[in-house]
Each structure stands twice: as structure tokens, then as C-alpha cells.
Write a protein that binds this ligand. Structure first.
Ligand SMILES: [Zn+2]
Ligand SMILES: [Zn+2]
Length: 165
């Protein structure tokens, strides 16, 4: 890990509990640390997530910006969303791994790409969204909430991921 990375990690590691999560890109140049205790993920089957992951669906881990420390040679590709906001997509320029997204619509949050976690099975998706465009070979798990497209508003998002705040 680069020296800059160690510094960033040391800063947020204080008071770090077992609940923290680590991860990084495929080549290891980008590393991150997620602190705080409330960690969930959801799977998104929209075409954008299929493209960005080059796979069947994307895994999103919403994290408050204050609980996210990242280091490494990140680059940004930005895209307009259907709702009119801009999503900045951070990726490693060395290996191309998409690491996290930050949207202008929800400034205090970032969305970490769950497949980049060191232990990706630490989180089981709490919901599946945009199942309208899911790959036909994918069978939805029983008893996991799902949406044809996505939750309509902030309150519904919070219910989906189990937040009552
Ligand atoms: Zn990399
Ligand atoms: Zn998506």
C-alpha cells in the first residue's frame, strides 16, 4: 500500500470496530476502508449496472461519505442519470475496476461497488432492484424484497434497505 494510503487509513481507523469493511480494485492500487456499523448492500439489475460491472448485475453498498476513506490513483467518468442528476463513477486507471459512485443528488453518500470488497460475502443483498431488466437465467432468491424498477422516493429507499432514520 502506498504511503498516502496508510495516512488516509490511519486517520479513519481510530475507533474502528469489527464492523469495518475493506476492499480495493483488482490490481490493488486503489484501497478503501468503510467504517461505521450499518452496512447493507442491494443488487441492481439495470442495464447501466450490467454495463459497468460487465456482468449480470451490480452490487451497491451505500456508505456515508464520512465513513469512507479511499486512496489510490482514481479517475472519474461522469454520466447523466434519468432523474437529471450526475453520477461520478470512480475507477482505477491501472486495471479499470469501478470502485465507487458519488451522485450529485445524494451528496453525503457514496455507493461502493460490492464486488470489490475483500470479503464480498460479508453482505447479502437486502433487496434486488430493476429486476425488469434482469438476466433471464437469474432466479430471484425467496423472501428478498424486489422492485420492478427502483424505490420511488427517499422514504421507500430507506425502507428497502432497512433504515428507519
Ligand atoms: Zn487497480
Ligand atoms: Zn443499476
Amino acid at each position: 500500500m502506498a504511503d498516502a494510503a496508510k495516512g488516509a487509513f490511519a486517520e479513519v481507523s481510530e475507533g474502528q470496530s469489527d464492523a469495518s469493511l475493506t476492499g480495493g480494485c483488482q490490481c490493488g492500487a486503489v484501497r478503501y476502508l468503510i467504517t461505521g456499523t450499518l452496512h447493507i448492500s442491494y443488487a441492481c439489475h439495470c442495464r447501466e449496472c450490467q454495463k459497468q460491472s460487465a456482468s449480470g448485475f451490480g452490487i451497491s453498498v451505500p456508505v456515508k461519505r464520512a465513513h469512507f476513506a479511499v486512496s489510490g490513483p482514481l479517475q472519474i467518468w461522469s454520466r447523466q442519470t434519468d432523474s437529471g442528476s450526475v453520477t461520478d463513477c470512480y475507477f482505477c486507471p491501472q486495471c479499470g475496476t469501478r470502485v465507487y459512485h458519488a451522485g450529485s443528488g445524494r451528496a453525503e453518500w457514496v455507493t461502493v461497488k460490492g464486488g470489490s470488497l475483500d470479503r464480498p460475502d460479508a453482505l447479502q443483498p437486502a433487496a434486488h432492484i430493476w429486476i425488469r431488466s434482469r438476466q433471464r437465467w437469474f432466479d430471484l432468491p425467496d423472501h428478498v424484497p424486489h422492485w420492478e424498477t427502483q424505490p420511488r422516493d427517499e422514504a421507500e429507499w430507506k425502507r428497502m434497505v432497512g433504515w428507519d432514520e
